[in-house]
Design a protein around this ligand. Structure first.
Ligand SMILES: [Fe+2]
Length: 200
């Protein structure tokens, strides 16, 4: 059921220019190529999915192929939130955020060493500074999020842009006026979730 989505994600990554700084994509592509989704998936819907109606195509064929399949499958996917955030982030944040872990530990397709998923955030949310041991590569599929680092530098992004975080690199996000869809990959220490740097 999700094999088509995994294939489109692999095609998307292969459509990007090769970036020597991102060798982590090799194990990610290997995992995507070999993943086989289960026949049935237990859906779990979160309030954030209401924003999917306002997700706009980007005009990039590879991005839009992923978005189209993700939007089609969204109602039957297991949406989730980072467990450690549930007691600390505001109800407004929790009502406007969620992700689907397609590949990884306890994901739709089990994988011990790679995480691949897609997250959705509603307009104007602030994702406070957080960190994780895994190396991370985000690609913006929709929206105009701005990424912050601990030195105060902010980087505005748009669909197609890649944002890379080294292990334990502190980062934050501010989401724009339209819903943000981010494709993420993790490699390395993928077992542990992200943790907030300070309680908001
Ligand atoms: Fe991250």
């Amino acid at each position: 059921m999700i094999d088509g989505l995994l294939r489109r994600i692999a095609d998307f990554h292969r459509s990007r220019p090769v970036v020597p700084e991102f060798p982590m994509l090799a194990p990610v592509l290997d995992a995507l190529d070999h993943a086989r989704g289960p026949a049935g998936i237990k859906a779990r819907i979160l309030p954030v999915v209401r924003h999917l109606d306002a997700v706009e195509p980007s005009g990039d064929a590879y991005i839009d192929a992923v978005l189209e399949e993700f939007l089609r499958l969204a109602p039957v996917l297991p949406w989730r939130q980072t467990v450690g955030y549930l007691d600390v982030l505001s109800q407004d944040y929790l009502d406007n955020y969620g992700y689907v872990q397609l590949l990884g530990p306890n994901a739709v397709v089990e994988h011990p060493a790679v995480r691949v998923g897609i997250g959705l955030w509603g307009p104007h949310l602030h994702y406070p500074a957080h960190k994780h041991e895994a190396e991370e590569l985000y690609h913006v599929l929709a929206g105009e999020p701005s990424f912050g680092s601990i030195d105060g530098i902010r980087r505005a992004t748009r669909p197609g842009d890649a944002v890379h975080h080294t292990p334990w690199q502190v980062h934050s996000q501010d989401f724009g006026a339209t819903p943000t869809v981010l494709l993420y990959c993790w490699t390395g220490a993928v077992e542990a979730d992200a943790v907030l740097v300070d309680a908001p």
